[in-house]
Design a protein around this ligand. Structure first.
Ligand code: M6R
Length: 374
């Protein structure tokens, strides 16, 4: 039931504060023991002797994996690679011992992801040494799916059924799963101080409330903005660092539900080719959050403006962000947490553009909720 919402997608975007609230209640309960940074359902063998992580996924799940890899490397200090499952299954990297393979799939039924995981398990078993034992984790919203029968460890994102073909609240749930893993690994490997871990946990606990205000604010702002951009033919999304995958996700959301051509780029790559596309007809959505690359993203936005592109900023309201033609404001938070907030305006902008064009937002043409064929 869509309740009073026009589409399931909009309802599911509005359910995100609740998704975050449930995640906090489950993984950061008030009675968490002081040596445990986060409550996860894993035993010691899951964490022991881990040297690297590889993540296999498709579509939006792969974008969550890219944020996850950033956290696992930069916050927890574990070398991590992300693969398109469809590529990995025919060209896996050489086997390396003490590797955890993570398959991320909302539905738990995506053929490429399941096949890539099966192939990885077989190769490890064939190798025969304990260091090559198939240590595999599935991150899913459907713990009753085929994925669960295939891998020894499961992390249920618990986002509830998602009806819209475009993933929204399950993307948030997947991201949160990676925040949990990054906290657990950072603490066990003493890669982060007690204070750094406590700060991230405090910000995660504040997330449900922040998401609530953001969804309300941007539902209105994006509806107004969508009227201006609904007839556009191409949109470029730019981000860097931990928000680069959010730029990819913004472009994917817009493509799949509005049929507008969109590309996501790491902002620093623009000058290596794509900048040739820019003119007054191409809006650029720039995700510019305070942190190591803030100034860089702003100067990349400035370069786009110099080519007459209309700039939409997903950024805090401050003098530095006055260059944007339109601002979708996001509060200043630590860089670690920022993708959990920047995802809201990019989802709502795509939603309102597609709704304004009168399209079937929940059932876009040529797409299915889960892709069970190769
Ligand atoms: O069920 P999965 O997470 O494995 O699905 C992967 C992709 O097919 C999926 O994320 C797709 O890209 C969505 N329609 C994105 O909104």
């Amino acid at each position: 039931d869509k309740r009073h919402f026009r589409h399931f997608m909009l309802k599911e975007i509005h359910e995100q504060p609740e998704t975050a609230e449930l995640w906090v209640a489950r993984h950061l309960p008030p009675d968490l023991s002081s040596d445990d940074p986060v409550a996860l359902p894993f035993d010691h063998s899951f964490y022991a002797d881990l040297e690297r992580i590889q993540i296999l996924a498709c579509g939006t799940s792969r974008h969550a994996a890219l944020v996850g890899a950033y956290l696992l490397e930069q916050f927890a200090g574990i070398p991590t690679s992300v693969f398109y499952a469809s590529e990995f299954r025919y060209a896996p990297p050489p086997l390396a011992p003490h590797t955890l393979t993570i398959g991320v799939t909302q539905s738990g039924e995506t053929a490429d992801t399941l096949a890539a995981l099966a192939m990885d398990a077989q190769r490890r078993q064939a190798h025969g040494e304990p260091a090559f034992a198939p240590r595999q984790l599935g991150v899913t919203n459907r713990p009753e799916s085929s994925l669960t029968r295939q891998v020894p460890y499961i992390l249920d994102i618990g986002a509830g059924i998602e009806v819209g073909v475009a993933a929204t609240k399950t993307f948030l749930g997947q991201l949160l799963a990676f925040y949990g893993l990054a906290l657990a690994f950072a603490a066990r490997r003493s890669h982060r101080s007690v204070t750094e871990i406590a700060n991230l946990k405090d910000e995660l606990r504040a997330l449900p409330h922040q998401l609530h205000s953001l969804v309300e604010l941007h539902d209105q702002r994006c509806e107004v903005l969508a009227n201006r951009f609904a007839d556009t033919q191409d949109v470029i999304f730019l981000g860097r660092g931990i928000n680069y995958p959010i730029a990819l996700e913004g472009a994917l959301k817009l493509k799949e539900i509005s049929y507008i051509h969109a590309e996501g780029y790491p902002a620093g790559e623009m000058k290596h080719g794509p900048i040739a596309l820019l003119d007054a007809r191409v809006p650029v959505v720039s995700i510019a959050m305070p942190g190591v690359v803030f100034e860089k993203v702003l100067s990349n936005a400035q370069e786009a403006k110099a080519r007459d592109a209309k700039l939409i900023g997903v950024a805090p309201e401050c003098p530095d962000t006055a260059l944007f033609d339109a601002l979708l404001p996001v509060p200043e938070v630590s860089e670690w947490i920022s993708p959990l907030l920047t995802l809201v305006p990019i989802q709502l902008l795509s939603y309102h553009i597609a709704a304004h064009r009168g399209l079937d937002v929940d059932q876009p043409r040529n797409l299915a909720k889960s892709v069970t064929v190769e």
